[in-house]
Design a protein around this ligand. Sequence first.
Ligand SMILES: NC(=O)c1ccc[n+]([C@@H]2O[C@H](COP(=O)([O-])OP(=O)(O)OC[C@H]3O[C@@H](n4cnc5c(N)ncnc54)[C@H](O)[C@@H]3O)[C@@H](O)[C@H]2O)c1
Length: 289
Amino acid sequence: MKTIFVVGAGFMGSGIAQVCAQSGYEVFLMDVNQQALDRALEGIRWSVGKFSTKGFIKEPPEIVVQRIVTATNLEKSAAADWVIEAAIEDEALKLKIFRELDQLAPVHTPLATNTSSIPITRIARVTKNPNRVLGLHFFGPVPFMGLVEVIKGEKTSSEIFDLGVDFVQSLGKKPVKVRKDIPGFVMNRIFSAAFKECVELVNEGIVSPEDIDLGMRLGYGWNVGPFEIADNAGLDTFVRVGESMRALGEEHLVVTSDLLQSMVQEGRLGKKTGRGFYRYTQDGKKRKD
Ligand SMILES: NC(=O)c1ccc[n+]([C@@H]2O[C@H](COP(=O)([O-])OP(=O)(O)OC[C@H]3O[C@@H](n4cnc5c(N)ncnc54)[C@H](O)[C@@H]3O)[C@@H](O)[C@H]2O)c1
């Protein structure tokens, strides 16, 4: 069975590790922070248990979870058939990780990044073989969302791009194929444009986040409102992605008010801290009070 090496065990990395294990892959889940690894494994155990109770997975949950082995450095990427990087959205950090992965991972192994904003070509540039670098942009929460953007950098080979499409399908997800490498790719650019307007409308006191979410659900058929999406994703990640988009010259897609920054400074990061635009119970349900 093939082995997937996932870098970063936060919201996205833990979800990616879970769906890979559920699809029968052996997984190394790596993070520099042992607490993040412990939290990720605990969350995965809980989530796989729920999936099993609901009959969404056929295997015993412990078999699925046993496929995931944790690591605190990149060395085991030497045994990987796929590498997926999902560390924080920080270009310098991602470049450092890819420089190391390029040395460690076998030459045939595709190196994917889950970046939300940074062009694949910029990341691939630090590797000796940019042909094998591509974007696999998962959506969160990964175990529930059916979409992955597959992004072709300027130098990504057609073979690696096609392998990416096949790999995404092997996880039970549908690929959106992005054939030209631009900051924020496709889905994030569209969401960012909408979310920027949503935040400005709330910031000017015109409407509440609750009413925008209701409006987008009932008026436009979204399953989840934009503020619910932001709370799920983590407002700290939103701010980082915004900073990255600004640095890449895409200011027009970035929220201009400092509402998000001030929420992050107050520790209101979204679902993960129990409060963002909404308040949450300990098991992540929206509070009614
Ligand atoms: N949150 C979302 O909805 C979402 C959706 C799509 C893509 N992304 C992208 O996925 C990536 C991860 O986002 P997230 O929401 O999981 O963030 P997160 O903050 O939940 O997790 C990031 C993890 O990276 C770890 N990390 C930091 N430095 C590291 C290093 N040197 N090596 C390995 N791990 C390291 C951190 O300890 C943390 O556990 C980002 O690039 C983000 O833009 C996020």
